[in-house]
Ligand binder design. Structure first.
Ligand SMILES: C[S@@+](CC[C@H](N)C(=O)[O-])C[C@H]1O[C@@H](n2cnc3c(N)ncnc32)[C@H](O)[C@@H]1O
Length: 511
């Protein structure tokens, strides 16, 4: 069942797209490996597989091309004393809170006020939320002073990133757009002061916690925060504005919020702190030596993994799905602020991108690189061991291409099961007949190069009969169960039915 508890604690510290539900991943780790063995995720993203592997007493190897992913995974598995974290936050607060808040303070209606939120529409402050000594939230219309305070803040900014983003209309990045264009001048001052203070933290692990607090703050402190407005019943008028949050892409809505930077930072810190408390509880008894022996994080490419052959006992991966989420283009905002963007290996990213200057990132390149990654997995995975991959696709050609990629590398299919998304996931596909879950395909590294390629069988009558047979014996089956049963039946014979047809026919039969 969908599980809303999936993204709490560690997993709620920082956004990352495509995070997998930890409780589901841990079941695969338990099923296909034993304590002491080595589990690898060479598309590790935020590190869910690795965290679950180490929690379960396995050794974990994580590879990702995206620097922020590796940082996130590292922080998520490094114990830092909670007292030190609190003390450092207190120091930063003492140094900066007043200064940053002064960027939002002004006299209004005879009172000293501080702006918490401004709603900008076409560069006009149409609504301003502010607080006074007595009241937490008051609302007024914006004025020229708001415009001036935002665009000409009285304090000079420290360093902030001016990295140029890849022009890509799909994620709303225009020509020559810079990361800094996503923020108001006032927000840049606040964020750059925080960034500067964080750089002064000497302890590397402690600094990393605050770097993530900063990168986790960015979206809410940017112009990407849209305004949620419902309609009042019967009246047709707009109801009160509510604060949205960044989901995906760099779309600056015509009407967007600008939120007080200090409040954004403090709120993010509270989440980070909860995550840090969980990290402490999970790993406080693991010495540095233990962690060094049990966790290997590599900021590199799955197509060239710097580890020895036959050294891994189980692989779980969740590679990018073609052009669905542009991981590194979308992470540039984070990577740039943390100065992690100078050596990014864009060439090896396994992605299909519509960016103007990434023309080579097409389907052929995607398949080629994925093929190299599979070759690497087959090299490092011990013979007879298992390899699982999360996959969600209704495109028949992609299913057969993927299955054949495995076959070509000597993997034999053993299992196909659904992986439930959390109810809070926004990347679900809710079209009718869509596969509402990811599937996890599990293969065994048999090294058998004799397995022949899998082909499609186009025989609707035959497919209908098979589905009816499966459902007769198992009337409780859902579409994915039927798919699994059919795959189990036909793959050993060298063919599959088209996934789209299975889904469509199941819907008709099950109606
Ligand atoms: C679907 S995400 C993984 C999310 C992860 N399962 C989690 O729970 O956070 C896919 C990841 O593949 C990474 N990636 C893309 N090309 C890669 C490559 N050549 N080598 C390693 N990682 C790559 C992306 O940076 C992204 O983090």
């Amino acid at each position: 069942m969908a599980n809303t508890s999936t993204y709490k604690g560690i997993y709620a510290m920082h956004k990352y797209w495509g995070k997998k539900p930890f409780n589901e991943i841990s079941k695969f780790i338990e099923q296909y490996s034993v304590p002491g063995e080595t589990v690898m995720d060479c598309f590790c993203g935020s590190g869910v597989t690795l965290i679950e592997a180490v929690k379960a007493g396995r050794k974990a190897i994580g590879v990702d091309l995206n620097p922020i992913a590796i940082k996130l995974a590292k922080v998520s598995m490094t114990v830092v004393e909670i007292e030190k974290i609190n003390k450092t936050f207190k120091d930063i607060k003492e140094k900066l809170q007043k200064t940053i808040n002064s960027l939002y303070e002004m006299e209004y209606d005879g009172e000293q006020t501080m702006v918490t939120h401004t709603i900008w529409k076409n560069d006009v402050p149409i609504e301003v939320w502010y607080c006074t000594d007595k009241e937490k939230k008051k609302v007024r219309v914006g004025n020229n002073i708001d415009v001036r305070m935002c665009n000409e803040p009285p304090i000079a900014p420290k360093w902030y990133p001016e990295s140029v983003m890849y022009e890509n209309s799909r994620i709303n990045v225009s020509k020559e757009q810079k990361v800094s264009d996503l923020f108001t001048p006032r927000a840049l001052v606040g964020l750059s002061l925080i960034c500067d203070e964080i750089k002064k933290i000497e302890d590397e692990n402690l600094r990393a916690v605050f770097e993530l607090t900063l990168s986790g703050t960015l979206s809410q402190a940017s112009n990407l925060v849209f305004v949620i407005r419902g309609r009042k019943k019967n009246e047709g008028e707009l109801s009160k504005a509510e604060v949205g949050s960044w989901v995906i892409g760099y779309w600056v809505p015509e009407e967007h919020f600008e939120i007080n930077v200090w409040n954004c930072f403090e709120n993010r810190f509270k989440r980070i702190l909860k995550g840090e408390q969980e990290i402490f509880e999970l790993f406080f008894d693991k010495t540095d030596d233990y962690m060094n022996q049990h966790l290997d994080l590599i900021n590199g490419s799955a197509t060239d993994i710097p580890i020895e052959e036959n050294s891994v006992d189980y692989v779980f991966i969740d590679p990018p799905h073609a052009n669905r989420i542009l991981y590194m283009e979308q992470s540039l905002m984070w990577n740039a602020w943390l100065e992690l963007d100078s050596n990014i290996n864009w060439n090896d990213e396994i992605i299909v991108s519509e960016a103007k200057d990434r023309k080579e990132k097409n389907t052929d390149n995607y398949n080629e690189l994925l093929d190299s990654a599979f070759a690497e997995i087959s090299r490092v995975l011990r013979p007879g061991k298992y390899f699982s991959m999360a996959f969600n696709c209704l495109d028949d050609d992609m299913w057969i291409d993927i299955l054949n990629l495995f076959v070509a590398h000597g993997f034999e299919i053993r299992d196909i099961v659904p992986l439930e998304y959390s109810a809070t996931s926004v990347i679900q596909d809710n079209r009718k007949n869509a596969l509402k879950t990811d599937f996890v395909l599990t293969f065994q590294n048999t090294g058998n190069e004799e397995i022949s390629r899998i082909v499609f069988k186009n025989d609707d009558m035959d497919l209908r009969d098979r589905i009816n047979e499966v459902l007769k014996d198992n009337p409780e089956y859902e579409v994915y169960n039927v798919m699994n049963a059919l795959f189990e039946l036909t793959i050993p014979k060298g063919y599959i039915y088209k996934v789209s047809k299975i889904v469509k026919m199941c819907a008709e039969i099950m109606e």
